[in-house]
Design a protein around this ligand. Structure first.
Ligand code: SF4
Length: 116
């Protein structure tokens, strides 16, 4: 049995997850059951960071995030991959900067509009 703190909402339920059956107890809702099972089977995270920005008089970096979760084991490689990415103004919120980050099927998108 493994204990996991649910981070899906601020309530922070203490989940107990069976490492064989992935049955979850201690959750106050189904989202917690899904999170607990996923966290023990194959943990995933959303990556939030910044990439280089050119053409702006105000900012040097553009904030970005993945539009879904990627395997936690790939977070470091994904963060390193961002070093090679450069975006130019104008940038739109939700603009796809990388279609398929590290073959995960998840896109990297801009999270801020930058026009100058
Ligand atoms: S189990 Fe449900 S109520 Fe509890 S922290 Fe997770 S999402 Fe929130």
């Amino acid at each position: 049995m493994r204990e996991v703190i649910c981070i899906v909402c601020p309530r922070g339920c203490r989940l107990q997850v069976d490492e064989t059956s992935y049955a979850v107890t201690g959750n106050h809702c189904e989202r917690g059951a899904d999170y607990g099972a996923q966290e023990v089977k194959a943990p995933t995270r959303t990556l939030t960071s910044t990439v280089r920005l050119t053409g702006s008089h105000i900012l040097r970096r553009c904030p970005v995030k993945t539009n879904g979760t990627i395997p936690k084991a790939l977070m470091l490689d994904a963060a390193k991959a961002l070093d090679a990415i450069e975006v130019s103004v104008p940038v739109h919120v939700g603009q796809v900067l990388v279609e398929n980050l590290l073959g995960t099927g998840v896109a990297l998108v801009a999270t801020r509009a930058i026009n100058e």
